[in-house]
Design a protein around this ligand. Sequence first.
Ligand SMILES: CC(C)(COP(=O)(O)OP(=O)(O)OC[C@H]1O[C@@H](n2cnc3c(N)ncnc32)[C@H](O)[C@@H]1OP(=O)(O)O)[C@@H](O)C(=O)NCCC(=O)NCCS
Length: 383
Amino acid sequence: MSEAESSESQPQVVSGLEGVLACHSSVCFIDGPAGTLRYRGYEIGDFVTSAEFLDVAWLLWSGEWPSAQESALFVEKVAVNRELPSSVLSLLETAPMETANPMAVMRTAVSLLGVEDSSADDYSIDSLWEKAQGLLGRLPTIVAAMSRRVAGRDIVAPHPELGHSANYLYMLTGEPPSDSAAYALNALLNTYAEHELNASTFAARTTVGTLSDYYSAIVTGLGTVKGALHGGAVDDAMEVFSRIGAVENVSPYLDAALAARVKVPGFGHRVYRTRDPRAEAMDNLAETMGAEMGEPHWHAVASSLERELRTRKGLSANVDYYSALVLHHLGFPHKMFTSVIASSRVAGWTAHIGEQYANNRLIRPRALYGGQPARTYQPSSAR
Ligand SMILES: CC(C)(COP(=O)(O)OP(=O)(O)OC[C@H]1O[C@@H](n2cnc3c(N)ncnc32)[C@H](O)[C@@H]1OP(=O)(O)O)[C@@H](O)C(=O)NCCC(=O)NCCS
């Protein structure tokens, strides 16, 4: 047997499951080398700034855009779910926001919502959509409440008359937002709504693959998206911009980061070999918002760093890079950014959870053992 034949017959571990096809899905299409992203067949760039986020959620769940009537009814159903039960409110009022990671608080809040929901273990599809509508309505209330606490301010109750994004910003600032701010948040929520089998979606699918419940899967997703290699990168990108501060500091920062082999937050991607197709809309918004708010230096720093990193390492910005600036200009405290993303990604998680339930098989890969060979057990008295 040749060496090549013998290595082919050996079991191989695919590091990080890179390129492994783990399930069939009709929610989202990605072509990494071409930099293409489609939700249910629709190119992200065609609707990201023009579609309403709740219509996008509907599209992801049902496969088609809602009719005007379906859309209006859905908006109403999500809006009536904005209020939080008193147990969750008291968690948000008392959690130590000075030290706690907001994603940990959010994860706990969703877990508590599951405890409060007497239908948590109802696995029917109708019940799944009910719960998902509930979370679409309540997660912004949770994120805004945490943001107010982080800023040392009182929690603001939802405004029943405002649309999804406008109400989100109202609960953040206490004032009805400008149309342009609501437009920017809506685009950001659309940008993050879905992204195929990313780590958190895979984790959520794995959870319901055991026939566990919807809330457990969302808690899994939240715990997974929190990490610095996933959604956590958006908080870290803002931290880098703050540290750099001015365009003249970009090169020295990059020299030091590359010498220390630091992964610069907001760069690189497991799937895309081009610039992340979601970066474009966030880049444009970050530039416009920075100029309008008299803070153009943020975008100048970011685009200078992107140019240098592309030249020196061939790396392009991913979605989290310019989104950090959009979230900053919208007024979210810097440590809250990942939680805003999660309040959007719940749409995609839900679509995948529905798919998993509909055609379930336990997800249970194998590990290639590399530990000790078989050994003889010695009782503790003999060790
Ligand atoms: C997204 C990410 C986790 C993908 O990881 P991955 O597919 O395992 O890719 P690798 O970490 O193996 O990176 C491949 C190469 O690109 C380099 N690279 C990747 N991302 C980089 C980054 N952000 N900064 C500097 N170098 C980076 C790696 O050092 C490696 O180079 P090498 O082969 O010379 O060692 C990785 O790019 C990263 O850590 N990015 C920063 C965090 C981030 O922005 N996450 C959000 C993703 S949407």
